[in-house]
Design a protein around this ligand. Structure first.
Ligand code: GLY
Length: 372
């Protein structure tokens, strides 16, 4: 990959500094509070969660900050203490049977902690979480069911299946690996379309396992391409390829990446749904852009064609430049988040054109990948 120009490197470093400032303020203002999305730029409010999937992202940023603070500095000490303080309460979620989000919760936290500590107890938490997630597998239909119901498969689960691959690799449990592979193959078959676009949800007949139709909760409609779902798929199939080395998954990740690149405006920040009608396509989702950038920065190293690898890298840099130049909350001192213009759930009116915690996390992860 080519190097960043000096001004781009400076822009990214300043944005990383701004992200730390915002997270520090949140920790000081609302200790041990794990928000999902802002309301009018404020983290603390009574808006519903819909589902509890986000608690790993705030400590996840703290793990990133501690890693890149100057060695033995007060910053390193501060971020390490906070990261541990916010990560420990998540341990009990390793037995959470109600969500399909254990990868989101643990890969951002215990995985980063274990890489630093090498403490076998942290590895055990990850393995247990992987085993719990695998219990969602439906033999009839061959998928991990979503939190919504037995007959439902979400594209988002591709971001979580990595923890089952991890648990399988660490324990040598072939059954776990098989579950992760079969789920990924089913998702590829029923939710990723021939042009690389994705559907949010698939519905099955639970008695026969027959796949019935594509539908959505957060996208515009069942046959549209919800941009965050596409970004989850791009990133998730990249991870799936890293673990499995099955070239079909690399092909799928590249199909999603190519769809993203060819359908996005030139600044790389997509509308909330690629097929939303023109009058509401001006509503963007910066969180989808941050996830796509982080995913492209992984995928660029795997693409067999070096021209493609370069395209993925330069697109990720372009996305991050756009986010840093146009969407940071820097010029709005009252805004508590890092990145403006994220969207959680348009139809429920939750977190629309706000900061969203996963957008903050993947923005920091992408900065980490591009800077170090
Ligand atoms: N539930 C995951 C998402 O909103 O993307």
């Amino acid at each position: 990959m080519i190097h960043l120009s000096n001004d781009t490197g400076d822009l990214f470093e300043q944005s990383f500094g701004f992200a730390q400032k915002q997270v520090r303020k949140l920790v000081e203002k609302h200790p041990l509070f794990y928000p999902l999305y802002t309301q009018n730029g404020k983290w603390k409010h009574e808006g519903p969660a819909w589902t509890h999937w986000c608690d790993g992202f705030l400590p996840g940023m703290m793990w990133i900050f501690q890693k890149h603070a100057p060695a033995d500095s007060p910053e390193t000490k501060f971020w390490l203490e906070q990261a541990i303080r916010y990560t420990k309460p998540l341990e009990e979620r390793k037995h959470d049977h109600d969500v399909h989000d254990l990868g989101f919760l643990f890969l951002s936290t215990y995985y980063r902690w274990y890489r630093l500590s090498k403490d076998p107890a942290h590895r055990e938490v990850l393995i247990e979480a992987g085993r719990t997630l695998a219990l969602r597998f439906k033999e009839k239909g061959q998928y991990l069911r979503s939190f919504v119901s037995d007959n439902s498969l979400f594209i988002d689960i591709m971001m979580n299946v990595g923890i089952i691959f991890y648990a399988a690799r660490e324990t040598g449990d072939r059954r776990l690996r098989d579950v992760a592979l079969r789920h990924s193959l089913t998702t590829r078959r029923v939710l990723v379309r021939g042009d690389g676009s994705t559907a949010h949800e698939g519905i099955f007949d639970i008695d026969t396992g027959e796949f019935l139709r594509q539908t959505t909760h957060q996208g515009y409609r069942g046959d549209s391409c919800w941009s965050r779902g596409l970004a989850w798929s791009l990133y998730g199939f990249t991870t799936c390829y890293e673990y499995s080395r099955d070239p079909h998954f690399l092909e799928t990740a590249q199909g999603c990446a190519d769809y993203y690149i060819t359908h996005c405006p030139s600044d790389g920040v997509p509308p909330w749904d690629f097929n939303a009608p023109a009058e509401n396509r001006t509503l963007l989702d910066t969180s989808a852009a941050a996830i796509a950038a982080a995913g492209l920065l992984r995928l660029c190293r795997l693409a067999p064609d070096s021209m493609k690898g370069h395209l993925y890298w330069s697109t990720a840099v372009q996305i991050m430049r756009s986010l840093c130049e146009k969407h940071l909350a820097k010029s709005d001192p009252k805004w508590e988040g890092i990145l403006k213009g994220g969207v959680y759930h348009v139809h429920k009116g939750l977190g629309v054109d706000e900061s969203v915690m996963w957008g903050e996390y993947f923005f920091c992860e992408a900065l980490e990948r591009v800077l170090w």
